[in-house]
Design a protein around this ligand. Structure first.
Ligand code: ZN
Length: 150
């Protein structure tokens, strides 16, 4: 278990250092801002949504390693997915970070996102891990107001 935890931490640190899809998305038809005041995380998420499919997705922002790694892994997981698939994955991700400590992550459907199982031990970090997803939801719903995890 401690080996697994170390591996999870390493993935999060790597994605924090060199996040994927970390750029402004030119020609995005959806964008949304998210803010987690408890930690100071801030993210702008860009989407190019075409016929209910996420053709491209990118983000910018600043914050802790968990919020940044979460946005990096989320954007990698969602490129090419439909809106419905994205919402299903959000449900699974939310279950993952709020489940009991002894529940095994559903790695089949979560893939690399399972590394966030570790945040269950730190409830205050759940908001860091879900910020990108809440911002995604706002972007998908076309909200133009900044979202907050509060
Ligand atoms: Zn944070």
């Amino acid at each position: 278990m401690s080996d697994l935890r170390e591996l999870y931490q390493q993935v999060i640190l790597d994605h924090n250092k060199t996040p994927h899809n970390f750029r402004e998305l030119k020609g995005a038809n959806r964008a949304s801002e998210g803010h987690n005041p408890l930690c100071g995380d801030h993210i702008t998420l860009y989407l190019n949504l075409k016929d209910d499919r996420i053709e491209d997705i990118a983000f910018q922002g600043s914050g802790c390693a968990i919020s940044k790694a979460s946005a990096s892994l989320m954007t990698s997981a969602l490129k090419g997915k439909t809106r419905e698939e994205a919402e299903t994955l959000f449900g699974k991700f939310h279950d993952l970070v709020t489940a009991d400590l002894d529940t095994s992550p559903d790695t089949d459907s979560l893939g690399k996102l399972a590394v966030f199982a570790g945040v269950r031990e730190f409830p205050i970090r759940v908001k860091c891990a879900t910020l990108a997803w809440h911002t995604l939801q706002a972007a998908l719903n076309g909200a133009d107001r900044p979202v907050t995890t509060e």
